[in-house]
Design a protein around this ligand. Sequence first.
Ligand SMILES: NC(=O)C1=CN([C@@H]2O[C@H](COP(=O)(O)OP(=O)(O)OC[C@H]3O[C@@H](n4cnc5c(N)ncnc54)[C@H](OP(=O)(O)O)[C@@H]3O)[C@@H](O)[C@H]2O)C=CC1
Ligand SMILES: O=C(CO)COP(=O)(O)O
Length: 335
Amino acid sequence: MSRPIHVVVLGAGSWGTTVASLAARNTPTLLWARDSDTVAEINQNRRNSRYLGDVELAPALRASNDIHEAAHSADVLVVGVPSVAVRETLATIAEDLRAWVPVVSLAKGLEPGTRMRPTQVVTDALPGHPVALLAGPNIAGEIARGYAAAAVVATEDENIATALHPLFASGVFRLYNNDDVLGCELGGILKNIIAIASGMADGLGVGDNTRAMVLTRGLAEITRLGVAMGADPRTFAGLTGVGDLMATCMSPRSRNRRAGELLASGKTPAQAAELLGQVAEGIKTAPIVMELAREFDVAMPICSEVDSVVAERSSATDAYRGLHRMLPDGGHEAH
Ligand SMILES: NC(=O)C1=CN([C@@H]2O[C@H](COP(=O)(O)OP(=O)(O)OC[C@H]3O[C@@H](n4cnc5c(N)ncnc54)[C@H](OP(=O)(O)O)[C@@H]3O)[C@@H](O)[C@H]2O)C=CC1
Ligand SMILES: O=C(CO)COP(=O)(O)O
């Protein structure tokens, strides 16, 4: 009998823990947490209460504080730390990882400075390792509680996608393939900024029509930039595009949407991040996306307003007025 595949997940926040718990129901899985109290709580009580409240994790899931030992035991490595921490985390374990171990990226942000997507950072930090992305409308708390959801495994190598499916899928977590890694990854990254706009609109109490406008025109912006960068436009109509956009813009659990509500209530971006206590990638990604918009000469009025608010150049109310100036009569709807 062949030995089971060992999955190792780096990062025990809300999504890393949830993905590790999904995998642990299928195959031996180890979760690395940098915080020793989190390790003890997972191993002793099957909980990660800081990130997932009273959710009971898979009984077989084990956690460790030793990142080197964890990486050494990996047949598949999942990177579940925020985008800003992907490079430094992988640099720590580059010598520990065996050759050709596939790396699955969960992060939905861009690296400041390089403007790289997390899968590009993985390739840079761990050359020679196959890389895949797991993305889609996946609010961690819901999946950890066992609510049905679907996600996409995006990789250029279909054999890798096929090998990864049985490690993470379940009767209530359905997986699809997509070889448009760029489009899938950009969908997840860019929707966070639109979710901040949606949260600001909710926080200002401006109504469902406004939210629908933000979502629809937000999707147009995401698609415009994605296509200019070389993605397949069809990808943005799928789970990692409009699917993730809807979940994140509408869910009361989305940290990006909540960040928008906090900004609308007058909190600074730093205060909003502090109050959330979890990562809201869109806050740091907005200025990087505006650099890309300028480079690719793409109009992104909603992202531009969010960028102004997170850079504290304007308030959420100014942003809302700005959108009304920029969106109606903004040209043909299809563009
Ligand atoms: N939560 C969700 O629903 C989803 C999240 N994602 C994406 O997954 C990624 C991870 O997010 P999520 O789990 O939600 O984040 P959380 O804020 O919930 O947790 C972040 C985790 O990363 C660790 N961490 C933070 N900074 C560093 C660092 N510099 N070095 C090492 N570890 C670090 C934290 O450790 P500590 O606790 O010790 O601070 C914590 O374990 C993000 O890019 C997010 O956009 C994608 C899909 C769904
Ligand atoms: O990416 C997510 C859902 O797919 C999580 O969104 P938040 O980071 O806004 O909570």
